[in-house]
Design a protein around this ligand. Sequence first.
Ligand SMILES: [Zn+2]
Length: 283
Amino acid sequence: MNRGSWFGRRARPSRTASSVPEGIATKCASCGEILFARDFERNQKVCHKCQHHHRLSARERLAMTVDEETFVEIDGHLRSTDPLQFPEYLDKRKRAEEKTGLWEAVLTGTAAIEGIPVVIGVADFGFMGGSMGSVVGERVARAMEMGAAEGMPVVMFTASGGARMHEGLLALMQMAKTSAAAARLDLARIPYIVVLTDPTTGGVFASYASLGDIALAEPGAIIGFAGRRVGNQDVGTKLPDNFQTSEFQFEHGMIDRIVPRKEMRSVLAQLLGLLIQAVPNAE
Ligand SMILES: [Zn+2]
């Protein structure tokens, strides 16, 4: 029964947790607690009971991170072709566009975080699993090139299942392209901060997501090249329960700090402030 319609509510964006009932409350995807929509939104989609950080859309993430009305999208006109004529690729992409209101799985642009100008990229897992095809790679690389050219720090929020198989080798090439762009950013002495969010895996983890000067992560995110199931098969032994989570990667030195969502904006501003002072090229 759709009780939401009794009150003339507009359709809500899709959620990762199942809605009970639609628009009024939702269920925590981790502990099952019933979360009232208004409180859930106010708590930045973090469960008040178990602190599970639910996935965010790129637009939601931007709204929580950058100063109001400072985001200006760049390269929004880029569109992927269908180089392999992969079955149903165009249909899948069209559905993803309608679902997310985006043209691709990453939004890039310029913005300010507590007054500090940055180039920012935010991935959207809701768009074909945040997969990196030629446009995602191109947008990420161009964002980094812009950071290098303009002397602006670059902040990337990652969320991806990996390379987009529908684009075959062209998708895999984006790993090299984004890695090369990150290396150029490094040569230009421009700070590059990565924020790994749930989930960051596959070809994105193995390229630009792992190349930040500083790597932050949200609590409880799945982070790693392959998940536990594949890992168990590969090594033939049972892997620890927290294998390939933010906490596991932090314990093993792959992540500098785990930052709860409500602190993310101020931590980013603090780090950017320090890095800008330390690196005279960056503004
Ligand atoms: Zn919960």
